[in-house]
Design a binder for this molecule. Sequence first.
Ligand SMILES: [Zn+2]
Length: 327
Amino acid sequence: MLGPGARGGVDLGGTKILAVVVDADHTILGEARHDTPTKGGPKAVAAEIVTAVRQAAEAAGGEPSELEGIGVGSPGAVDTAKGTVANARNLPDWIKPFPLASTLEQELGPPVLIGNDVGVAVDAEAALGAGAGAASFIALWWGTGIGGAFVIDGKRWLGRGAAGEIGHTVIKLGGRRCSCGRRGCVEAYAGRAALEARARRLHADGADTNLLEIMKKRGRDRMTSGVWERALHEGDHLAGQLIDEAVQAIGGGLASEINFLDAEAIVVGGGLGTRLADPYVERIRDAMIPHLFVPERPPRVLPAGLGDLSGAMGAALLAAHAVKAAG
Ligand SMILES: [Zn+2]
């Protein structure tokens, strides 16, 4: 039996689905990790989420129907009011809006609320993680792309809805082509997808690297954060060089944000960010300092306090807010 206030949280990522069940005090009672299906479209992904939530509830000693609510942090274009997700490009055949909330509700029972993946993770860091206690902080989510957020007094600054696109800070006019179609953005130098594309191109041109071999050995078709970590650990020269470039790009971009906002802290999360963590978070700080207008008073640079659980914990928080709003 789960106690009152128990909630579910799901972090839906391009490579993994992480589900947690937490109690009213946000303590994790059970969790389950599944690979995200690479085919079968939104239905296959939804079915995998259902299995993961059931397992997490079982690990917590209960079942999904006992949860007060379930939150999901999703990539793509999320419509929280309608409970739909569209244009999730890292998920299989997921372009048209798919009714994820109602599909999960039918299978699991409790109300389901969908939020933006980076947004809910940053909310968790603000409430329970590295950002708790900071009057203001910038979150930098270093993953397939580079997401971000600016938090003041525990609340994300949303702007007109599109705030926080740190990854599309221009660091080089006329620079490398970015996934957004423009040139010279931080993401074009530092996002996992951009790093992978560049590594593949340089390898095809004859550069020596173990990245592809490590990827194949692990049965992956993408250079996941774990693949990069392994290559760096082995002292792979190309991996080291590309990650150094990424760190410089992120440092430059962050310095521009700090010069404008003067935030107290920077919290680094996301797939690559949490996987590489220290000493790379420290290197990002070092890369930022030469570009700071007030270098003698740099912001603290911290790894995400909840590690790779911030997305799932944030989704569970989202469910708590929904329960409160309904009550
Ligand atoms: Zn861009």
